[in-house]
Design a protein around this ligand. Structure first.
Ligand SMILES: Cc1ncc(COP(=O)(O)O)c(C=O)c1O
Length: 396
């Protein structure tokens, strides 16, 4: 048969509204440069460079040998839902039951599923900007209206609650908050959380509280809106294993939410992944209930690296950087370089061999900033700083 020209790809219109996470694209670009023989310092991707702790790996191997190689319930294995319910009850000082827990492959599906389950045409969703790009992508994808709340450097990237209050209206269906925050490392204080809850008042508005970095805090304490009287029923807590236990490739996360919503999210799991990998889930029980010293060690190491990175950036022409309080990113202001963020990020990768992300990868209010991950060794961080410094001396 004669093969004609390739047929047109007839994509659904909604695909035009789906965004992406630039970190993965920059990683591909950096790898391509490496394949050509270039030496690149990787400060683009958001994952711990540590190995998963030994006890967790052993638990997974054991689970594989014991036959946890089959399908399990879509909402997660009962023993893990129980362990999560207990962990969240203790850390957020609320009473969580296992039927309010859904285990999913990573934290990301909780963003996907809660927005898919709750939001549609005519709904408004307020989300932090700069912020994790998947929020805006998913809001647009489902046809809801994305309403950014700008995070400001002069407020240490906490959100301005008065501004938030001004954005809430009768169409607001969901408010997304994230603390510690990606990409800024900013943290909401107790007073911020109290005031956010007060701004929501009695409204029937849900809050998606992305707390995936809650164990990576250098200064201050984690505060969850779920802990506030009257907010538990309206909160979807997102947390997981990726960042806390260096388990990004295991794909393990969870959401905690009212049981009737959890049933719908589990149905989305049935329709998509069926269930999270069973042996991963068994290792999740070990992660939560086993020794926690590796978490503390990792956090202390990130703090050291953060200090080196921030001090170094502040000595570089055109860069100024606040000290992030949590997560493992720094978000320097680069306006004084005179370069737009994307162009600067591209130049640093191509000319200096330092892979970082343009602030605009996190939304329009990221212009004027770059994000560097400190999930790399001090030696490599110092190398990156020297290269950026040399580049600015040559080009600015
Ligand atoms: C704020 C935030 N939420 C959620 C996620 C998703 O994590 P996971 O890899 O567990 O899906 C990330 C990962 O970078 C993140 O930064």
């Amino acid at each position: 048969m004669h093969m004609s020209a390739q047929r047109e790809l007839r994509l659904a219109k909604r695909m035009a509204r789906l965004g992406t996470e630039t970190a993965f694209e920059v990683l591909v670009k950096a790898k391509a440069l490496e394949a050509k023989g270039r030496d690149i310092v990787h400060l683009e991707i958001g994952e711990p460079d540590f190995d998963t702790p030994r006890n967790i790996i052993d638990a997974a191997c054991d689970a594989l040998h014991k036959g946890f190689t089959h399908y399990g319930p879509s909402a997660g294995l009962p023993q893990l839902r129980e362990a999560i319910a207990q962990y969240v009850s203790e850390t957020r000082r609320v009473n969580v039951t296992p039927d309010e827990v859904v285990v999913v492959p990573g934290g990301k599906p909780i963003i996907f599923f809660s927005i898919l389950a709750l939001c549609e045409d005519g709904d408004e969703v307020i989300y932090p900007n700069p912020g994790f790009p998947i929020y805006e992508s998913m809001i647009d994808y489902v046809g809801a209206k994305a309403v950014p709340i700008r995070l400001r450097e002069e407020m240490d990237f906490r959100l301005d609650v008065d501004e938030l209050a001004g954005l809430i209206n009768d169409r607001t269906k969901l408010i997304i908050i994230n603390s510690p925050q990606n990409p800024t490392g900013g943290m909401l204080e107790k007073i911020d959380i109290d005031r956010i809850a007060a701004a929501i008042g009695d409204r029937n508005v849900m809050v998606l509280s992305d707390e995936i970095y809650s164990r990576l805090i250098f200064e201050g304490e984690h505060h969850s809106i779920m802990s506030i009287d009257g907010m538990k029923e309206r909160t979807i807590l997102l947390d997981g294993f990726s960042k806390t236990y260096a388990m990004t490739g295991w794909r393990m996360g969870y959401g905690v939410m009212r049981a009737d919503l959890a049933a719908h999210v589990a149905r989305l799991m049935t329709n998509s992944s069926s269930c999270t990998a069973s042996f991963s889930q068994i290792s999740g029980v070990e992660a939560l209930c086993g020794p926690q010293d590796s978490v503390e060690k990792m956090c202390a190491e990130f703090k050291k690296r953060r200090d080196v990175m921030v001090a170094g950036l502040n000595k570089i022409k055109g860069f100024s950087c606040r000290l992030p309080k949590g997560a493992f990113y720094v978000f320097p202001n680069i306006t004084k370089t005179g370069w737009p963020s994307k162009k600067l990020a591209d130049a640093l990768l191509e000319d200096a061999g330092v892979a970082g992300l343009s602030g605009t990868a996190f939304g329009k209010f990221g212009e004027g900033y770059m994000r560097f991950s400190v999930a790399n060794s001090i030696e490599n961080i110092e190398k990156a700083l020297e290269r950026v410094d040399a580049w600015t001396k040559e080009n600015l």
